[in-house]
Design a protein around this ligand. Structure first.
Ligand code: C5P
Length: 222
């Protein structure tokens, strides 16, 4: 039998990244940040002069991604072709390009087996948009993590402020809504809760509250 998977899907900015990392740490499970693979595909395409419109070549880039994830104390370092890409892949520009390449079926197909390779004992926490609906259909626990767009814009603003960047709430809200729309309306693997997913609205919850809730649910299922 295969190692268990906790699938965590939801819109950008709902806290999936932080929550997934903390839950994986608490359980001693592996972690898949699937969004990073789309971001890395977009970044690698830029590096090699591949157009974001060229689906066939983008799929080749995705299949050939030379990436290493290095787990550190409370983050993961990402190496693309040996170069540190940890902060570069987090920029708005790369995020935007990632959501464009993620709409291409050949790219999604190319990344499937790479994502499934992360599933190893004792278990995997998989963070993304289609973990429960496509990549790990048989995951024993699927969570759809949401928060209102306004709350997500606030969280993003706080994050940026900590990094010394000023951004207006209204422009952040607009970006979030545009990204949501693109993720939900695409024809392949659109963002939506799996039929058997549990939806958790984190708008009024703290990070430790969400982590507790998820480990609790996992114990009930296990
Ligand atoms: O989660 P993150 O913001 O890093 O993801 C970047 C982009 O990659 C998302 O906006 C989404 O379009 C895409 N993505 C996806 N499927 C996933 C993870 C991310 O389409 N499983």
């Amino acid at each position: 039998t295969q190692a268990p998977v906790l699938a965590i899907d939801g819109p950008g900015g709902a806290g999936k990244g932080t929550i997934s990392r903390l839950v994986a740490e608490r359980l001693g499970w592996h972690l898949l940040d699937s969004g990073a693979l789309y971001r890395l595909t977009a970044l690698a395409a830029g590096k090699h002069g591949v157009s974001l419109e060229d689906e066939a070549r983008l799929a080749e880039v995705a299949r050939g991604l030379d990436v290493v994830f290095v787990a550190e104390a409370d983050s993961t370092r990402v190496l693309l072709e040996g170069d540190d890409a940890t902060t570069t892949i987090r920029t708005e520009q790369v995020g935007d390009a990632a959501s464009r390449v993620a709409a291409l079926p050949a790219v999604r197909e190319a990344l499937l087996s790479r994502q499934r390779d992360f599933r190893k004992p004792p278990g995997l926490v998989a963070d993304g948009r289609d973990m429960g609906t496509v990549v790990f259909i048989d995951a024993p626990l699927k969570i759809f993590l949401t928060a209102s767009a306004e709350e997500r814009a606030h969280r993003r603003q706080r994050q940026l402020r900590e990094a010394g960047v000023d951004a207006s709430l209204s422009s952040l809200l607009k970006e979030i809504q545009a990204r949501d729309a693109r993720d939900m309306q695409r024809s392949v693997a659109p963002l939506k809760p799996a039929d058997d997913a549990i939806t958790l609205d984190t708008t009024r919850l703290t990070i430790p509250e969400v982590v507790d809730r998820l480990t609790e649910l996992l114990t009930q299922r296990g």
